[in-house]
Design a protein around this ligand. Structure first.
Ligand code: SAH
Length: 458
């Protein structure tokens, strides 16, 4: 027999609540008889009057009307466009509060989803300076009277708001983008107009090599031509000698996807270089490369420590991207096999291995859940398995192969604590024990939470 539950709140009702938690996108959660209400900008421990704005069967949304008791961690968001942008979700929470919230998020899902009651979870490794960390800026370009705007889409819309400075962006990228905007304006480049599918310049991307200081600039255009191209390039290079690569990507489609299929080099090299620790990487316009270089080093060092390599091990690095973790591991392993689904990333991975003179790595294109079971059938056994899947976590058939293969250790790098917890449960049921989990704050001011876990075969 099903019981029809009536939500305990009604639309437009005003109620007083106490917030207990944050959602994964940074909204406060309050409960009325166990029924959750999500309220943007509210923080755990806060007492407030809210107005119910939307009621669903199992939850509701409310708006903050008046705060009666503030969280001790509440702060004024330093960014002037914080609420319009939506790129950051936690600027109204002090950094100490953010780290505590992320630790709690990991603890909660390990208990609730993973059923892991007593696993060792360390406090989050945060940044000394949790600002100006992003090495990549990707900004939409729009029109305004007599010029261009470069910034971000107002949350939930396609309206482009101008932004001169993003507080989580490395300053060099902001300065370059402002200059590029002015130079393009001077030479009469038109912004892409989405509704009419007219105009030229859709996006500008800047990527900065933290260690080398090299910058790549990408113009994403609707048209094959970039008018006055040579003058534009000459001015940029004259003003910014560390711009080592200028690339044009042509995207002729009506789409929200940023990049199109054709990429042309307008100036300099196809790549810029950057280093993480002792390893050098060539990064092309379309490559995935971690956006927070300082914390990437922290994360990879931890993954390497957890792998506990002696030099004798064969290691599989699943979801290897351009081989960043694979090359880190190869410094200490007998052999590393990397697997990744994007063919261009594997080309980059091979080039990066050669660039660092590493011969004990081998890369394959394909789904981790297909390639690794095949390897297993062919007799390849990993002593240590490293996985770094996208948000949805590992595929069941990959987890089943790991359980059959029984590596001594599994190092699981995750960008989503919920799927990490789910997959740890499966591995525990298959004969592994989770030894410890180290969350690393790769994305300060946002709700994103990265963590690395190590499991041993028992
Ligand atoms: N380890 C890399 C990349 C991690 S991001 C780094 O630290 O830089 C996750 C990667 O998994 C992406 O490169 C994505 O293309 C890849 N991927 C997604 N689904 C996959 C699958 N089913 N099999 C293999 N790789 C996949």
């Amino acid at each position: 027999m099903s019981v029809k539950m009536t939500p305990p709140v009604g639309k437009n009702e005003y109620i007083d609540v106490i917030f207990e938690d944050l959602t994964h996108d940074g909204a406060g959660v309050a409960k009325v008889n166990g029924y959750p209400i999500f309220v943007a900008q509210a923080l755990p421990e806060e007492h407030a009057t809210i107005k119910i704005i939307k009621v669903k069967k199992n939850f509701a949304f409310g708006r903050l009307i008046e705060l009666h008791k503030k969280s001790p961690y509440r702060q004024e968001a330093p960014c002037t466009v914080y609420k319009q942008c939506g790129g950051c979700q936690l600027q109204h929470l002090s950094y100490e509060g953010q780290l505590k919230a992320k630790e709690k998020q990991v603890r909660d899902v390990m208990r609730r989803i993973g059923g892991l009651e007593d696993v060792l979870i360390h406090p989050v490794l945060g940044m000394e300076k949790p600002w100006e960390y992003r090495n990549k800026a990707q900004v939409p370009i729009g029109d305004r009277e007599g010029g261009l705007v470069a910034g971000f889409y107002r949350q939930g819309t396609h309206e482009i708001i101008n932004m001169e400075k993003c507080l989580i962006q490395i300053e060099a990228n902001d300065v370059l983008i402002q200059a590029v905007k002015a130079i393009c304006e001077k030479y009469g480049v038109q912004a892409y107009r989405e509704e009419q599918h007219k105009g030229t310049l859709r996006h500008v991307m800047a990527r900065y090599g933290q260690v080398t200081g090299e910058i790549m600039l990408v113009f994403v255009t609707r048209t094959e031509d970039l008018p006055q191209q040579q003058q534009i390039i000459d001015e940029i290079v004259a003003q910014f000698p560390n711009v080592k690569s200028i690339v044009q990507n042509v995207n002729t489609k009506r789409t929200n996807v940023i990049f199109g299929d054709v990429t042309k080099i307008l100036y300099g090299s196809e790549y810029i270089y950057d280093c993480i620790g002792d390893i050098k990487f060539a990064i092309s316009a379309r490559s995935f490369y971690q956006v927070n270089p300082i914390q990437t080093k922290v994360l990879y060092d931890k993954a390497l420590e957890y792998a506990a390599l002696s030099g004798q091990e064969e290691v599989i690095d699943a979801y290897c991207g351009i081989g960043t973790i694979s090359l880190f591991l190869a410094q200490k392993a007998k052999k590393v096999y990397g697997v990744e689904i994007v063919p261009e990333a594997i080309e980059d991975a091979k080039r990066n291995a050669a660039l660092n003179g590493m011969t004990n790595v081998e890369f394959a294109v394909g789904e981790a859940e297909t390639v690794i079971p095949n390897w297993y059938k062919q007799g390849i056994r990993a002593d240590v398995m490293v996985v770094d899947p996208p948000r949805k976590g590992c595929d069941d058939s990959l987890l089943a192969t790991i359980i059959d293969m029984k590596p001594k250790r599994v190092v699981y790098v995750s960008c989503n604590p919920a799927t990490l917890a789910r997959d740890l449960r499966i591995l525990e049921d298959g004969g592994f024990k989770t030894r410890e989990i180290q969350p690393v704050d790769m994305f300060p001011q946002t709700m994103h939470c990265e963590a690395v876990a190590v499991l041993e075969s028992v």
